[in-house]
Write a protein that binds this ligand. Structure first.
Ligand code: SIN
Ligand code: MN
Length: 277
């Protein structure tokens, strides 16, 4: 197995301290173009895994594409996504959740401040926060197109004590701009008293990691430029979900915890099928 795309000890330490990390490697332009084409296919495929913006027609995001799309199935096994996840989590992993958020120009709505783990713990029965998010930017993320915003170090507080905002168990409310377990203004003031708000910016193709307890959110996209992002959540295979009364669909909270195996052809260049032969 190649040693490509390995995190350094300093990278892992920085991730532990800050709760997020900009990886020193990226997907190249051709790979980003390939991923954008795959994402477009997914945005156009009518499916319950697709969530719309409030306007009722713009796609906000699509889930579980790695289960139905060969290119995304390869992406979640690629050295640039799976390897850092395994390095940080220190063991075998599977994909708990996969989504592509579209954050379309002029329409893409906010993601209120939240921690991911609180949803997975209460909603899906994930016992511990032994999971990680790997983000791949499909567009350049800038100050003005609704970049992901994070509070560095906030993951070290642990899971915040927040009451559920909706009494129903309709999973769509977890994916809308009207998010359950959103952090309110007084709590945000407390959290930011000694922490900055940092935007995750970078060129298309950049790879970021962030902790499931890291407080994050994003503003509306007021710009004329899309801010598409792939978010892959890997969970350790020994942190499998407990039974819950109303499990969410497999495309939102996987119960198949078969360990993922790294693609071994990436050193030949890229994960796209067209490049393999
Ligand atoms: C999320 O928190 O899951 C999505 C945030 C974003 O796409 O800006
Ligand atoms: Mn989130």
């Amino acid at each position: 197995m190649s040693t490509q795309y390995e995190l350094s000890a300093a990278d892992i330490e920085s991730f532990r301290v800050n709760g997020f990390l900009e990886c020193g490697f990226s997907f190249d332009d051709a790979e980003v173009e390939f991923l954008r084409e795959l994402a477009d296919d997914e945005f156009h495929r009518d499916s319950p895994a697709r969530v719309l913006e409030k306007d009722g027609h713009t796609v906000r995001g699509v889930h579980g594409s790695h289960l139905v799309n060969d290119g995304f199935a390869r992406l979640v096994r690629s050295l640039r996504t799976l390897r850092p996840a395994m390095a940080v989590l220190g063991g075998e992993v599977y994909v708990h959740q996969f989504k592509i958020n579209a954050k379309r120009a002029m329409v893409g709505d906010v993601w209120p401040w939240h921690q991911d783990f609180i949803f997975w713990h209460h909603g899906d029965g994930m016992r511990e926060a032994r999971a990680i998010n790997v983000a791949v930017l499909l567009d350049e993320a800038t100050d003005i197109n609704g970049p992901l915003l994070v509070l560095p170090g906030s993951h070290r507080i642990g899971m915040l004590d927040i009451d559920k905002r909706h009494s129903d168990d309709v999973w769509e409310t977890h994916l809308s701009a009207d998010l359950d377990y959103a952090i309110d203004a007084p709590l945000l003031s407390t959290l930011t008293a000694d922490r900055d708000i940092v935007p995750i910016k970078g060129a298309a193709g950049k790879v970021f990691l962030f902790d499931p307890l890291l407080v994050h959110g994003s503003g509306a996209n007021m710009s004329p430029i899309d801010r598409r992002i792939v978010l892959i959540t890997y969970n350790r295979t020994d942190n499998v979900l407990e039974e819950v009364a109303e499990p969410r669909p497999e495309f939102l909270a996987a119960r198949d915890c078969t360990p993922l195996v790294l693609l071994d052809n990436e050193s030949e260049g890229g994960f796209a099928p067209a490049r393999v032969c």
